[in-house]
Write a protein that binds this ligand. Structure first.
Ligand code: NAG
Ligand code: NAG
Ligand code: NAG
Ligand code: NAG
Length: 400
């Protein structure tokens, strides 16, 4: 009954399974969180690299049109639905403006402003509810607007209006907060391409990071479920700012992003560290390390715009490891890393000047440190911010 071929097949499969099991032995993750490579690592990288390269091509073919992407999205039925826009700007004079507006269910907007005009001498100003970021809309509509902040697209992928009228308070410098009457009237413009996390990430980088994780059907199901559309664009923000009747005109190199998806659960994110910066040479970077243990314990994401080549390049390597920085809950304020993109390596030095922190979402699920920074990139001066997130398990009890 059994031919020589059957015996060979059975023996071969048994051997294969044996070696597979042998190679699939895992060392415990670093701090119980950050997965390490095992014997199957390179096989997994190869497999995933092939799969992602194919997906990249098919995703490109069905790229959403710009109008659909840019419009304010209808929130999904999920209680954690999200549609978020975000602006983060800085310049060489030490000025900063960070504005986040994430539309959630039940009129909630996870929203905030951080403003620093160096020449005002006032330090960092912030929305009065800080460290809370729960703002509420007055009516249910599809606009990124609440409590005096309003962000409106004017021309898709080219022009946005950003306005604020209300109070801002001094934040973090002293125990007593002072309130100021603030008006911000700003226009963001860009003629640079945008970077989509669906189609423009480096497949080899992504494959390498996925290969750290133990794979199973539920692992891939989770990845599928968590998917959010996320794209970003560098541009320039010109703002007229009035603080207690005193006027300031500022111009900031400003990254903006738009994220939407069926749901965002901040509880899934253990930590991340995002760096975005512009150099005096006109290069722009966004480099992130993300630890979201159910999907990626060590994801490297990011890209750079090279002024010299007038082109966007995905980040292919970055040697910053989350577990080597701020693991007790305080992000680093003076450090460095290297990042590779477009075949070039850049050495990046980071120095935090101001370190305002706050909590995101209704139950304060996450704590964010929005560090306003100086950068030095291969000896060239730069400016921007480093955003470090930590899961906040205590919720609002943390301040009790
Ligand atoms: C910001 O202002 C301080 C003085 O308040 C000054 O020492 C510093 O040089 C300024 N920073 C920049 C980047 O101009
Ligand atoms: C930088 O990229 C990360 C994703 O890697 C994103 O979450 C973050 O919002 C970006 N930073 C800015 C300032 O847009
Ligand atoms: C930046 O500096 C590093 C280390 O000195 C060097 O290897 C790299 O080639 C430099 N990159 C650029 C773009 O000049
Ligand atoms: C960075 O910031 C610090 C603190 O504000 C300042 O003293 C220093 O001159 C800045 N460095 C650069 C390179 O801008």
């Amino acid at each position: 009954m059994f031919g020589i071929v059957d015996v060979a097949v059975v023996t071969f499969s048994t051997l294969l399974l044996f070696f597979w099991r042998l190679l699939d032995k895992r060392s415990p993750p670093i701090f119980g969180i950050y997965q390490r490579e095992n014997g199957l690592y390179w096989l997994k990288v190869l497999f995933m690299y092939t799969a992602l390269s194919v997906r990249k091509i098919t995703n490109k073919a069905k790229k959403k049109n710009v109008e659909t992407l840019e419009s304010c999205q209808k929130l999904s039925e999920d209680g954690k639905a999200i549609d978020a826009v975000y602006f983060n700007g800085a310049n060489g004079d030490g000025d900063h403006l960070v504005v986040g507006m994430a539309r959630r269910k039940n009129l909630l907007v996870d929203g905030f402003i951080l403003l620093k005009i160096n020449s005002s001498g006032l330090g960092v100003l912030a929305t009065p509810k800080m460290p809370s970021t729960s703002l509420y809309k007055e009516e249910d509509n599809e606009q990124h607007a609440a409590e005096g902040i309003r962000i409106t697209p004017i021309d898709n992928m080219k022009k946005y209006s950003l306005k604020y009228e209300g109070k801002l308070k001094t934040y973090g410098a002293s125990k007593e907060d002072t309130l100021y009457d603030v008006k911000i009237d700003a226009i963001w413009t860009s003629d640079l391409p945008y970077f989509s996390f669906d189609t423009d990430m480096d497949p080899y980088r992504l494959a390498s990071d996925m290969a750290f994780e133990p794979w199973s059907k539920s692992y891939f199901d989770t990845l599928e479920k968590m998917h959010q559309t996320h794209y970003e664009q560098f541009g320039s923000l010109t703002a007229k700012v009035t603080i207690n009747e005193k006027e300031f005109d500022i111009k900031l190199d400003t990254i903006r992003d738009h994220t939407f998806g069926v749901f965002r659960e901040w509880r899934m994110f253990k930590r991340y560290g995002c760096h975005w910066f512009t150099t005096a040479d006109g290069d722009h970077f966004n480099v992130s390390k993300i630890c979201c243990p159910v999907a990626f314990s060590r994801l490297t994401a990011g890209y750079m715009y090279s002024k010299k080549y007038q082109k966007l390049y995905p980040v292919t390597e970055c040697d910053l490891e989350l577990y080597q920085h701020g693991s007790f809950g305080n992000p680093p304020e003076d450090y460095a890393f290297t990042v590779k993109a477009g075949g070039e390596t850049y050495t990046v030095q980071v120095r935090a000047k101001d370190t305002p922190k706050f909590f995101i979402s209704k139950d304060w699920e996450a704590q964010i440190f929005e560090n306003l920074c100086n950068f030095t990139v291969n000896g060239t001066k730069g400016w921007g911010a480093a955003e470090w997130q930590y899961r906040n398990i205590q919720g609002k009890e943390i301040l009790k």
